[in-house]
Design a protein around this ligand. Sequence first.
Ligand code: SF4
Length: 233
Amino acid sequence: MVQIAEVYSSLQGEGRLAGTPSVFVRTSGCNLRCSWCDTPFTSWNPTGTNRSVTDVVEEVLNHRLKHVVITGGEPLLSPEINLLCSRLKESKQHITIETAATVIPDDGPPAANLMSLSPKLQSSTPAPETGWQRRHEDRRRRDDIIQRLRATPSQIKFVIDSPADLDEALLWLGELGIRPRSSEARHVYLMPQGVTLAQLQKETDWLYLACESLGFQFCQRHHISWFGNTRGT
Ligand code: SF4
């Protein structure tokens, strides 16, 4: 069984496959509690329905698209994630997994065509009064897991809210062996933080210029401009 918050079809809004019609399978449950989480119904207040893998695969295939995005929450926490992905792969689906890259299933990384890693910077850590500050901070950085997941074709996306975030991301990438302007840098996406066009625009100009000079990809959150911050899009 997999706890599912929602299954819907839309366009991929971020990263290498932006604009690709895809079915989104959003699992519920997360080991982190980002202060700016845009899907609190999978983290701060997780909701969803326990569904069988067969049922989820059937719903995905009913959309008759070739791409499926497994997202969350943290999908790699789901006990049957490997079974779900292997069944989707058998059905010839192109699988993207969106993960914060802090956990890995006991039976190894699931089958995927694109591992979309979104490590969380210090600015994601919630306030002490939430009761989650320490747990979030202890769990949010697992370079060993990032490197294992990078064995699958991958992209790395950082949510950037300030120049301090960019400095931290650069340091972190350097420790992962990814240098600006290197061939690997083109698989790094820097994305402004925000769920409104005004919030995104605030960070866009300087971040775009930084990406251009560092050889990273500027990653717009297209789904916000296409659909707004609306569930099911
Ligand atoms: S890792 Fe993702 S789902 Fe979990 S709290 Fe952070 S933004 Fe939300």
